[in-house]
Design a protein around this ligand. Structure first.
Ligand code: HEM
Length: 516
């Protein structure tokens, strides 16, 4: 090193060190930028690492057109005979869970029974109901359909325990029989042709208002029916609220209904206060009694969390929504499927005639267990609910990041758990488009599994499940043991709700009269 002085050597070392540091810094910065970019890209793709190191991604899919997304295709599928074709197409492109943009919302759609189960079970309150704006406006925050957490759990339990109790079912069986028999007896006066959809709606509305608030046929029920029809017209509409708009009119109808129900509540409360000890022992008459007893300090065991008195009237009205269209639609579609399947109808007639003859001979009254233990009739109901998909999906919003089966549902996103896709998937049901009540004999135990969820599941499992099955069983029993019928050609429409295009006209004849 003779040609460099000691000082020069030191300068060189410093220069090398500094330039080395600069290069190192540059490399370091480049590496950091690459990591940052990778992280950003991963976040764009929706991937996050979990504690165990696995990668979860936001499901693949397409946002469709600006603003409208894939809404047109979604709605169009509802007017075909296979409404799940929208889901099927995306399932084959992106997998069982995919993202899309419909009805003004970016959503994740699940057609996977296991993912649906997690969404429905809602452990740790990860998902809250997420309705279109017009529906949430009409429901209000304190509706059982919208609320979440301990108060929801309490209301759900109160109503569920009441509707499932054997004493209630004993009593309501007599009421349902009366309403069904009376209604069927008027069919012959209607010129032999009836529209099943209209007739079943009348029957089930009468039962619903009896269950919820003990209103019987008459002027009060007619007014309530008229107001309710006005109210539900606004469920799917533009969320604009000023005089003249659909939403405004529906909210006004709800106000008038609230006044009616408030009056009943007031009378009931006075009666309860005058008769404290007696009524405490008695079975609640209806859902008003159930909620009112809880709201009153004297009756409620749980003093910490009572149903607020001002929740009662609104919830009674809001509980009419899930009950009003669903049961008559199930009855109507059962008639439709049976009309198209003479072998199944013959089997149903045979089973029900046997019960009727037994009752006629013994002179005994029917009990609710008689209807619920008709195996083929129950299988016809299960098959109708599977094939009809009256509530085809439920909407939820994620309150936190949720990771299921490799998918990430990010906080704040809406998710749609599709029941119809599961019910119409041939991996779950052989020949899924066939009306085959016999399949339930083989898969009977699966009635409560993830692959059969017409009544939802988890914390929000429909409290009206058994009541609905009972109503449909009683209707079918008296229908097939009273009349034979020929049905006109009609089609099922699936959007915005399931219904028959021509309301299912049928020509009836009393039993034992030969049909042409
Ligand atoms: C065939 C008939 C019916 C079907 C298919 C049906 C279906 C459903 C479904 C899928 C849910 C879950 C909604 C969700 O998870 O967001 C539900 C909830 C509910 N249903 Fe039904 N339902 C029927 C009849 C009834 C009847 C007759 C009543 C009332 C007497 C009723 C009252 C309710 C209530 C109050 C809820 C809300 C439960 C909660 O959020 O805690 N349903 N129903």
């Amino acid at each position: 090193m003779g040609w460099l002085s000691c000082a020069e050597i030191w300068v060189l070392i410093v220069v090398l060190l500094v330039s080395g540091l600069c290069v190192y810094k540059k490399i370091w910065m480049m590496m950091m930028m690459m990591v940052k970019r990778e992280k950003e890209e991963r976040e764009e793709r929706g991937e996050r690492k979990n504690g165990g190191g696995g990668v979860f991604s936001v499901p693949k899919g397409s946002w469709g057109w600006p603003l409208i997304g894939e809404t047109l295709e979604f709605i169009a599928s509802g007017y075909t005979s296979k409404p799940v074709c929208f889901m099927d197409k995306r399932k084959s492109l992106y997998g069982d869970v995919f993202r899309t943009h419909i009805l003004g919302k970016a959503i994740i759609v699940s057609t996977d029974p296991d993912v649906n189960k997690v969404i429905l079970q809602n452990h740790g309150n990860a998902f809250i109901p997420c309705y279109p704006k017009s529906i949430s406006e009409l429901l209000g925050k304190s509706s059982i359909l919208q609320m979440n957490g301990p108060m929801h759990k309490k209301m759900h339990t109160l109503i569920g325990v009441f509707l499932k109790s054997p004493q209630f079912k004993d009593r309501i069986t007599l009421d349902i029989e009366k309403v069904v028999r009376l209604s069927l007896s008027t069919w012959m006066d209607k010129g032999c042709q009836v529209f099943v959809q209209d007739e079943t709606k009348k029957i089930t509305f009468e039962i619903l208002v009896r269950v919820l608030m003990s209103i019987g046929p008459g002027e009060e029920m007619n007014v309530l029916k008229k107001e309710f029809e006005e109210f539900i017209k606004g469920l799917i509409c533009l969320p604009v609220k000023f005089p003249g708009t659909r939403l405004y009119k529906s909210l006004k109808a709800k106000e008038r209904m609230l006044k009616m129900v408030d009056k009943i509540i007031l009378e009931r409360k006075i009666g309860m206060d005058n008769n404290k000890t007696d009524s405490k022992e008695e079975l609640p008459n209806d859902a008003i009694d159930v909620l009112l007893r809880d709201a009153s300090a004297e009756y409620s065991g749980d003093q910490q969390m009572r149903v607020p008195l001002d929740f009662v009237a609104g919830n009674i009205i809001e509980m009419m929504i899930p009950g009003e269209e669903t049961v008559p639609t199930a009855m109507t579609l059962a008639v439709k499927f049976l009309s198209d399947s003479p072998v199944a109808l013959a089997h149903l007639v045979e089973e029900n005639m046997e019960l009727r003859n037994k009752k006629d001979q013994s002179g005994e009254e029917y009990s609710w267990t008689d209807y619920m233990s008709l195996p083929f009739t129950q299988n016809v109901i299960s098959e109708t609910l599977r094939l009809a998909n009256i509530i085809n999906a439920v909407w939820r919003k994620a309150l936190k990041d949720v990771k299921i089966k490799g998918y990430l549902i990010p906080k704040g996103w809406c998710v749609l758990a599709s029941f119809s896709s599961v019910h119409m998937d041939e991996t779950n049901y052989e020949n899924p488009y066939e009306f085959d009540p016999w399949r339930w004999k083989k898969i009977g135990a699966a009635v409560s599994s993830n692959t059969f969820t017409p009544f939802g599941g988890g914390q929000r499992l429909c409290p009206g499940l058994e009541l609905s099955r009972l109503e449909i069983s009683i209707f079918l029993h008296f229908l097939v043991t009273t009349y034979r019928w020929n049905s006109d050609k009609d089609e099922i429409i699936y959007f915005p709700t399931v219904r028959m295009k021509k309301k299912l006209p049928i020509t009836i004849m009393p039993l034992h009269t030969p049909m042409n």
